[in-house]
Design a protein around this ligand. Structure first.
Ligand code: PMP
Length: 428
């Protein structure tokens, strides 16, 4: 496969855009380097690069593109917004329609607020939790990414009951020490940290299904325990559903798990591919937000008509019967095929899957926390990734990211993918 133009454009990008990319995860640094493929256009489950190569897309733009590229229903909504005004700086009816749709799908949301990214949504949840409880410390799970604001850029995997240290230059230690990191799926470590800091905690950030070190489900009873302890100690449960909302069913992951968070942050899928964030939750907590309450959050672009109409259209597509069952069915076919192929070639992998999202780890251990994901073989993953890209299968260039199916993938795409995977395993 020829990537000449991608390589040229990457060289040019390096002169003008820092690192040649607008988000570090797009660089191929974690998979042994090289020029990232530069995409030109997408349609359905495919996209084409600037050299004319076609790829089956399992990146789905890191999650949002659940209905595939250029879905006609969403394209129509975006075109309508372009023609009738993309930004007014006033309320619109679209915001109300969309808020009602979200509330109907996710019963724990009494009230919502829209903003522009997952980062903004989680950042505001943290502020609201602090305003509501009058406390400052936040707990999070190691390896869970919650955006790029200061409080959540703290060292992952720092072990049980340790205070955070900054994970990025520019984050003051004073901010990082407000964040306590504990391993996921570890009741003892959580309890230990709560014993020390429970009375100072404003909230705990929870990815109910972890999507940032592959796909990791909570062990039975783990999140129920976290919720019970949070209630007892008076800190809020903040579910970060930026990846998970509308990814596994028409609604939030916490509904599937039978949990009732105080606050929920969303993004990605709910924007139909346009920039979006949203947060919501219990009425008493949400009423802490201005203009009703003292916690400030605002945005020139917040609730903009284009994102609202794209989001409404996306949810309309996802509400069709059978959509999630089909992604689950294709996910199962991929899982079975990849495992069989690995066995055939003597390649050791662990595959974690929930419906249309899964992760392939090069390890013989199970993966249920960040440390285990960290210990998987990144070098082999890097070679596997490049062998797939060179055969027209695109996924994220990182051993920590999931593969995402869309409503547009077909059984033929799965078969083509499995052939490519089989070849890649034969060459590892
Ligand atoms: N939370 C989670 C769970 C995420 O996966 C991400 C992005 N990958 C974010 C928050 C941040 O969202 P955004 O990139 O839209 O700011």
């Amino acid at each position: 496969m020829n990537h000449t133009k991608s390589e040229q454009l990457h060289e040019e990008a390096l002169q003008h855009i820092v690192g040649g990319v607008n988000s570090p995860s797009r660089s191929y640094k974690a998979v042994g380097g090289g020029a990232p493929v530069v995409m030109a256009r997408g349609k359905g489950a495919y996209f084409w690069d600037v050299d004319g190569n076609r790829y089956i897309d399992y990146l789905a733009a890191y999650g949002p593109i659940v209905t595939g590229h250029g879905h006609p229903h969403i394209a129509k909504a975006i075109a309508h917004a372009a023609e009738t005004g993309v930004l007014f700086g006033t309320p619109t009816e679209h915001e109300i329609t969309f808020a009602k749709m979200l509330k109907e799908a996710i019963p724990t949301l009494d009230k919502v607020r829209f903003n522009n990214s997952g980062t903004e949504a989680v950042m505001t949840c943290v502020r609201v939790a602090r305003a509501f409880t009058g406390r400052t410390k936040i707990m999070k799970f190691a390896g869970c990414y919650h955006g790029h604001f200061d409080q959540v850029l703290v060292a992952a995997g720092s072990g049980p009951a340790t205070l955070g240290t900054p994970d990025s230059a520019g984050v003051p230690t004073s901010v990082a020490t407000e964040v306590i990191t504990v391993p996921f799926n570890n009741v003892e470590a959580f309890d230990e940290a709560v014993t020390v800091w429970g009375d100072q905690l404003a909230g705990i950030l929870i990815e109910p299904i972890v999507g940032n070190f592959g796909i990791v489900e909570p062990n039975p009873g783990f999140l129920e325990h976290v919720h019970a302890v949070a209630k007892e100690k008076g800190f809020l449960t903040i579910h970060d559903e930026v990846i998970t909302a509308f990814r596994f069913h028409y609604g939030a992951a916490h509904t599937m798990l039978g949990l009732t968070p105080d606050l929920v942050a969303m993004g990605k899928v709910i924007g139909g591919g346009l920039p979006i964030g949203a947060y919501g939750g219990r009425k008493e907590v949400m009423d802490t937000v201005a203009p009703l309450g003292p916690a400030y959050q605002a945005g020139t672009m917040a609730g903009n008509p284009a994102s609202m109409q794209a989001g409404i259209a996306c949810l309309e597509v996802l509400k069709q019967p059978g959509i999630y069952d089909e992604m689950d069915r294709l996910g199962a076919l991929l899982e079975q095929g990849i495992l069989a192929s690995a066995k055939k070639h003597g390649v050791t992998i662990t595959l974690n899957r929930l419906k249309g999202a899964f992760a392939v780890y090069f390890t013989d251990e199970k993966v249920e926390n960040y440390e285990q994901a960290e210990n998987t073989d990144g070098e082999t993953f890097g070679r596997f990734f490049k062998l797939l890209v060179s055969q027209g299968i695109n996924l994220a260039p990182s051993k920590y990211e999931a593969w995402f199916l869309t409503t547009e993938h077909t059984e033929a795409d799965v078969e083509e993918t499995l052939k490519a995977v089989d070849y890649a395993f034969s060459k590892l």
